[in-house]
Write a protein that binds this ligand. Structure first.
Ligand code: SF4
Length: 350
């Protein structure tokens, strides 16, 4: 590991001063339980935790909190994979099994929210890797983070595939009483055989739908990032109809479709999976993604229109007014900031 040498550029335009990325070197830890077999956790003390998104990023949020790096949910298409290479780890198996844990995240959040220079901006979580991945069951960083956000009455949003978010339901409801809270789960398809191979470490789509329904039932607005929609695997009219119908049944506040994109890091890992599991589709994917990370615009628009039409047909967004807080009557308070559900470029398609 070369983490002691990792440095963060702090000078203007990335020039000039640098500071060490982590306050101390990492402590490596393994746990001999079935859920963590083969996984190594690197416990580190981060220097800062509320990070500003680079201004060039076209995303609907400006500030993020990411208590983990790497993700045992192990989605083959995850584009956060490449960020593991900055740590001298690989973007494939290492990303799934070598997890960096910022053990001081809750303390840092509280401290940074209290700093006079902090402007109370909305904070997005789950935008790089999943903050409710399995590690969170053991490290329990999110309760401290949510408590700090609640106490500071700081608005926030969470995007996740993890059912573990329900452990923090009471805290989320308390926060939603005093500030703007929104959540989103990502569910690109509901086919369970596809799920088992392409998102092997995640809770099932059925479980994620239940999470969305439970959050909405408890007055915590939850929508669905329908992502990624996988060409030729999850994009048939029947697959889209089934997925959108089941999303509608959860009372989802909105559904945002995003077609798979394949950036370096994710691309190699995903294409290796495709070659193993669906070799006949490789030429068709090369046709779609041969020129870059994104499927052709016409394809994306066709899928987007189909999902939006289905969402209208199934009344998504009609029954549960977006932005309704716990205990809030429709129209009583302003809507919260949207969960990170648009502008796919910087999202990991949780
Ligand atoms: S897409 Fe999200 S849930 Fe899946 S591995 Fe990446 S960060 Fe984890």
């Amino acid at each position: 590991m070369r983490w002691d040498g990792l440095r963060l550029e702090t000078g203007e335009g990335g020039q000039g001063e640098t500071t060490p990325l982590f306050a101390r070197s990492a402590v490596a830890r393994t746990f001999d339980t079935p859920e963590f077999r083969g996984v190594t956790f690197y416990e580190i003390h981060a220097r800062s935790i509320i990070n500003r998104v680079p201004s060039a990023s076209r995303v609907p949020f400006e500030w993020t909190i990411n208590p983990y790096r790497g993700c045992t949910h192990a989605c083959t298409y995850c584009f956060a994979r490449r960020t593991h290479e900055y740590l001298d780890l690989d973007s494939g198996r290492d990303f799934d099994s070598k997890i960096v844990v910022k053990v001081n995240a809750p303390d840092l959040v509280r401290r940074e929210l209290a700093a006079p220079r902090w402007g109370g901006h909305p904070v997005a979580m789950g935008t790089n890797v999943d903050c409710y991945q399995r590690a969170e069951g053991r490290y329990r960083l999110m309760p401290g983070i949510l408590t700090a956000l609640r106490d500071a009455r700081n608005p926030f949003s969470i995007l996740t595939k993890g059912s573990l978010i329900l452990r923090d339901l009471a805290l989320l409801a308390e926060a939603a009483e005093v500030t703007d809270v929104s959540t989103a789960v990502s569910i690109g398809f509901t086919d369970e055989s596809l799920w088992r191979t392409v998102e092997p470490g995640t809770p099932s789509p059925r479980k994620r739908l239940e999470v969305c329904a439970t959050l909405n039932e408890h007055g915590i607005p939850c929508g669905v990032l329908m992502a990624p929609i996988l060409p030729y695997l999850g994009d048939s009219p029947r697959a889209l109809e089934t997925t959108v119908r089941r999303i509608a049944e959860t009372g989802a506040t909105h559904v945002t479709p995003i077609v798979l994109h394949l950036r370096p890091g994710a691309r190699e890992w995903f294409m290796a999976w495709l070659s193993r599991e669906h070799p006949r589709l490789v030429p068709r994917y090369l046709e779609l993604y041969g020129r870059g990370a994104y499927a052709p615009k016409a394809y994306q628009e066709r899928i987007g229109q189909a999902v939006r039409a289905l969402a209208r047909e199934h009344g998504i967004g009609r029954s549960a007014p977006r932005g309704t807080r716990a205990g809030q009557r429709p129209g009583e308070r302003p809507a919260p900031p949207p969960a990170p559900a648009a502008a796919p470029e910087q999202l990991t398609l949780l």
